[in-house]
Design a protein around this ligand. Structure first.
Ligand SMILES: [Zn+2]
Length: 504
């Protein structure tokens, strides 16, 4: 009792500090989540309590160096509150692209975000932090001899235990994600791109390649591959489509699969770090190269994307984790069919696709399979709900690819559309869900090719090869070699055995 009395002031201060931090900052990561009933809500309350407990630990240790804490806390608190304001109001994702925008001052964005409520929030945060520091100054205790220090160490350890239990469970939320984002922003990419020699050329004329890079779509949930549900009704009606149902990749998350797909890195290359990028080679052969993306760019493939002559990211501050992410159809508004009259072209369209949380990836009219998920907590959902929601994303994909094909049909050029998902998805196999875990269910991504009438007329042998190869097993290595093969690239050696257009 005596002891408690002694530390009462200290406990009171840290309790108040944590309540204020949670309201101004950490709770923002929880307001957009669909809870779907008592069970889901309960799990997220526990989640929040654990997060705030670990944060107490870090805050306590931070406060041990008193002068440093007093001088830096108001600034740090105000900056984090600014990020939290955008999370509360727009569900932005705090990651390296945000840090880049802030540090490399994109003034238009800065001006856009200034508003009266934002200003009010920032000023309040700053005043509250000064008030806290005033209280802090009067504290008698607050040192490593305090029992609170031991609790703080336990709290910090809990952070690492939780992260070890499930990667990202805490660090994808405020305030942790802002520190992770700064670290990522400062990191150097592991992959180096080699500049191809100048003698690279192509004798192709009027070739348009549209490469659609999908997300988390598995081959066996596509009805043209024999899935029992009609998930691709529109594509089933299209001619000139060849679906490759035996594509394989062991790289089952975006940050590692995308750089492999877009370079000559093989799925089996682990030690080599320098590679040729697809677009660097096509640039040398005078192709028009452009990237239109609906995913915020990861450090691991940022350099590859930036080798495109034109890069458009339609919704840079919302990642797959955001509930306010733009739908993929907005990508097609940026796709202009007639930009290069005489040049060959490759346009890459990077979708958000079928990434969890599924319901957010399609609009209401694609909610054909019901009941859908109503909570983000998987434990509160049935297998049926999860698969229904997932299959609705495939219906949306069907509409998306079909709309693109209809647009491409109006061109007289030799046109190829290649769709490849970056990896598959686990849908309940071995009790697992989603991807980035060891499970073969996520290793078979969907892939299909559509070709225009003029392509068919001018390349009958290649069309024949495509049809002959469609059941063959390829790894995602095929993409790099196939695109360079069909582009008739000279001066750069490709592996013909990896080309879907080859005769075997
Ligand atoms: Zn992915």
């Amino acid at each position: 009792m005596e002891k408690i009395k002694k530390y009462k002031q200290e406990i009171g201060f840290h309790a108040l500090l944590n309540v204020i931090v949670s309201f101004f900052i950490s709770l923002s990561s929880y307001v957009h989540i669909p809870y779907g009933g008592v069970k889901g809500a309960f799990v997220y309350i526990i989640h929040f309590v654990v997060l705030q407990f670990t944060l107490f630990g870090f805050l306590y240790v931070y406060s041990l160096s008193k002068t440093f804490f007093r001088l830096t806390f108001p600034i740090l608190f105000t900056i984090l509150s600014a990020l939290a304001f955008w999370v509360y109001t727009q569900d932005i994702t705090v990651e390296s692209s945000i840090i880049q925008a802030i540090l490399e001052t994109k003034f238009d964005i800065a001006v856009d975000t200034l508003s009266v409520p934002f200003g009010f929030y920032l000023i309040s945060a700053f005043i509250v932090s000064l008030f806290l520091m005033k209280k802090f100054q009067k504290l008698k205790q607050n040192n490593i001899k305090s029992p609170l220090f031991i609790i703080a160490i336990i709290a910090i350890l809990s952070y690492f235990i939780a992260e070890n239990y499930r990667f990202g469970v805490l660090k994808r939320r405020l305030p942790y994600n802002s520190f992770v984002a700064v670290k990522k922003y400062l990191e150097k990419p592991k992959m180096q791109l080699i500049t191809p020699k100048n003698n690279v050329s192509s004798d192709k004329k009027n070739l348009d390649i549209i490469f659609v890079l999908g997300e988390s779509v598995r081959a066996d949930h596509i009805s043209i591959n024999g899935y029992h549900r009609e998930t691709t009704p529109l594509l089933s009606e299209q001619n000139n489509i060849v679906s490759f149902k035996n594509i394989f990749t062991p790289l089952t998350y975006t940050a590692i699969s995308v750089p492999q797909i877009l370079t000559n890195k093989s799925i089996t290359d682990n030690s080599i770090t320098s590679f040729y990028g697809l677009y660097s080679i096509l640039n040398k052969a005078d192709f028009h190269t452009e990237w239109i993306g609906n995913q915020s760019i990861e450090k691991s493939y940022e350099a590859i994307i930036n080798t495109n002559k034109k890069v458009t990211i339609i919704d840079p501050f919302h990642s797959v984790l955001s509930f306010k992410k733009k739908k993929d159809l907005a990508l097609l508004d940026q796709f202009n069919l007639n930009i290069t009259d005489n040049k060959n072209r490759i346009s890459t369209i990077h979708m958000i696709g079928s990434h969890w949380y599924y319901n957010n990836k399609y609009t209401k009219e694609f909610e054909k399979f019901t009941p859908v998920t109503n909570s983000k907590y998987v434990g509160a959902l049935s297998e049926e709900q999860l698969i229904n929601s997932y299959d609705n994303t495939i219906l949306y994909l069907d509409y998306f690819i079909n709309s693109l094909i209809e647009k491409l049909k109006t061109s007289s050029k030799e046109t190829l559309l290649i769709y490849l998902s970056d990896h598959g998805e686990i849908l309940g196999e071995n009790g697992q869900w989603f991807h980035a875990q060891n499970n073969t269910a996520s290793e078979n991504p969907a892939m299909l090719v559509w070709y225009s009438e003029s392509f068919k007329i001018n390349n009958p042998e290649i069309v024949k090869n495509l049809l002959n190869n469609q059941y063959k097993k390829f790894s995602t290595d095929f993409l790099f070699h196939s695109i360079l093969d069909i582009s008739n690239i000279k001066g750069f050696e490709i592996n013909k055995r990896q080309s879907i257009f080859s005769k075997f």
